[in-house]
Design a binder for this molecule. Structure first.
Ligand code: NAI
Length: 568
């Protein structure tokens, strides 16, 4: 099955109207209404998709907050999948921030309160030993991507437990909205191992287990059972790990990456998109990645994932791994990572160089003299005026990447970066900021949002049925994204492609990643002649398809023949 779903169904009448993937509401034709048993069950007019879209836009226009718009759109998805994607894909720059970041942060904080309708799966640690059976309850047999969280570290908001279930739901909507991955292949999953969030444990409307998190050993044995059960239930499925704590993210990735088709978006997807920005920042400066020196604020899953991917990219530029690592410094909540620190986790140690201990980030900048600072700390405002001014004194064009989200967690705003650096900074953030006007010049701050990367990589995995996910796939995706920023926009400081054209950007990116999947011998389908056409064949379009009901589902077939005759 490629692109759009085959619309032959065993559902009939009202049951069919209640299936969001089949429902067209007032757009069913007269012939369909008769054949599907829905005459009289919807208003007796036949409307076009465009007219339906205009009604959605009007109703959205009456909402006063983004959270209300989010709730409205989720509700639309629950009733009419095509119209939901038609809406979001009609104006991605407007709707992606509503269905995902930054609105999703607020939606997760209030998840148990705004909850209306189930979506995806909820698998509790109390089901251990029965995970395979639980997975069988999912109605689709051909699942290609599961996005899974345990709610351990949601965005920059910490342990949200079951409230984090909003993340895999939103993330998978982006696979479809950004890269056209058909929605029927996607399964959002929340693994409930408890939470240490006392506020939620005491909230009567909280939707998760009311117990503290288990030991790491217990958690990992539960995840082991889940990962193995997926191989059996959905053999073509890739598991996308999302928003686990930094340590779990890195360790679980190491645990499964060579054995199964898995990746972690916080580790690899974020790394990919930041790498794309670094590639373009180097283009603007006329340098190579290996000419730069990097200082991270934050050494968690995003920071480590990026440092590792950056080093792989530097090795591709001709450095040894040791030389590459020597260009990367990191600073976390306890100060600079340096060789005498005793509190470091195994995966942080390659970046703990010989250097005097310091807990002062400005002092670290003065001493290390980085060309690029990368904020992945979850600490809003951590790039102070002093930090940016010091970077600007040391560099003609300091690169300032303030990636933490949601909005109030950004290490600095673009306005601050451009003002404090007197217009010298090359800046990107983790969320979308508007253009900044300074001294007669317009600066375009880019959004280092991994939604340029993971949906395209996901599409490549789905189309090629890749057996593994490699770092090289994320480096290739980063290069492809970087290559799609036109030079006039690069000159205005924009490091990323425009969101308005995101589907086309992702199709091109997915095509390049799929070529790499084939070249690496990881594809499980025949090699196509043309990769862009190959990806296009798989792209879901938010358009109604003719719906047919199988004969056996019609009332005449269900009723005993004698009754069927008298009924007519
Ligand atoms: P994490 O919790 O694994 O790591 C946070 C790191 O920041 C830790 O090393 C911690 O020690 C450090 N830190 C905390 N407070 C600090 C302080 N006061 N000074 C210095 N360091 C401090 O979190 P993770 O997954 O690495 O994410 C970090 C941030 O990156 C989050 O805000 C997340 O939203 C953002 N992010 C952005 C993405 C994007 O697309 N722009 C994608 C993924 C994450």
């Amino acid at each position: 099955m490629k692109g759009n779903k085959n619309m032959t169904t065993s559902k009939y009448g009202i049951e069919l109207l209640h299936d969001p993937s089949l429902n067209k509401s007032t757009a069913f034709t007269e012939a369909e209404r008769k054949a599907l048993g829905i005459v009289g069950l919807v208003p007796d007019v036949t409307e076009t998709e465009d007219l339906q879209l205009s009604r959605v836009m009007m109703q959205l226009g009456h909402k006063t907050t983004d959270l209300d718009r989010y709730i409205y759109l989720v509700n639309l998805l629950d009733h009419n999948e095509t119209l939901f994607y038609r809406t979001v894909m009609s104006d991605p720059a407007r709707f992606l921030p509503i269905v995902y970041d930054p609105t999703i942060g607020e939606a997760c904080l209030k998840f148990g309160h705004i909850y209306r309708q189930t979506r995806g799966m909820y698998l509790s640690i109390t089901r251990r030993g029965k995970v395979k059976e639980v997975l069988k309850n999912w109605p689709q047999r051909d699942v290609r991507v599961i996005c899974v969280t345990d709610g351990g570290r949601i965005l920059g908001l910490g342990d949200l437990g079951a409230n984090g279930a909003g993340i895999p739901i939103g993330k998978l909507e982006l696979y479809t909205a950004c890269a056209g991955v058909p929605p029927q292949y996607l399964l959002p999953m929340y693994l409930d191992a408890g939470t240490n969030n006392e506020q939620y444990l005491h909230d009567p409307l909280y939707l998760g287990l009311r117990r503290n998190r288990p030991s790491t050993e217990d958690l990992y044995s539960f995840v082991d059972e889940f990962v193995e059960a997926v191989q059996e239930a959905f053999p073509k499925c890739c598991i996308h790990f999302e928003d686990w704590t930094g340590v779990d993210a890195v360790h679980l990735l190491q645990r499964y990456r060579d054995k199964y088709c898995v990746y972690n978006d916080d580790v690899q997807g974020t790394a990919g998109i930041v790498l794309a920005g670094m590639i373009n920042a180097a283009k603007i400066k006329g340098t190579k990645l290996s000419d730069e020196k990097y200082l991270f604020l934050g050494a968690g899953s995003a920071g480590i994932g990026l440092a590792n991917l950056l080093c792989s990219a530097l090795v591709k530029e001709g450095l040894t791994l040791g030389q590459a690592q020597s260009k990367v410094y990191m600073f976390d909540i306890n100060g600079l990572l340096e060789s005498t620190r005793t509190d470091l986790v195994d995966f942080q140690k390659p970046y703990a160089h010989k250097h005097a201990a310091t807990r002062d980030f400005v002092a670290a900048v003065e001493s290390i003299k980085p060309t690029t600072i990368i904020g992945v700390s979850t600490v809003g405002g951590a790039f102070t005026q002093k930090v940016v001014e010091t970077m600007s004194r040391l560099n003609e064009q300091p690169v300032v990447l303030a990636l933490s989200n949601p909005t109030e967690r950004a290490e600095c705003t673009p306005e601050q970066a451009y003002t404090w650096s007197k217009g010298k900074a090359i800046y990107a953030a983790g969320i979308q900021f508007p253009p900044v006007h300074l001294n007669g010049k317009t600066f375009l701050p880019g959004q280092a949002n991994n939604f340029y990367i993971f949906p395209a990589v996901g599409m490549a995995i789905v189309a090629t049925q890749a057996s593994r996910v490699t770092d090289d796939m994320f480096i290739e995706a980063a290069r492809a994204v970087a290559d799609q920023v036109p030079s006039d926009l690069l000159n205005q400081g924009l490091l990323y492609p425009l969101q308005s054209n995101i589907l086309e950007t992702e199709i091109q990116t997915a095509a390049r990643v799929s070529k790499l999947v084939f070249d690496s011998g990881l594809a499980r389908v025949p090699r196509p002649a043309d990769f862009v056409s190959f990806i296009r064949e798989h792209v879901y379009k938010p358009e109604y398809q003719p719906v047919e009901v199988i004969e056996a589902a019609k009332p005449e077939a269900i009723r005993p023949p004698s009754q069927a005759k008298t009924a007519s």
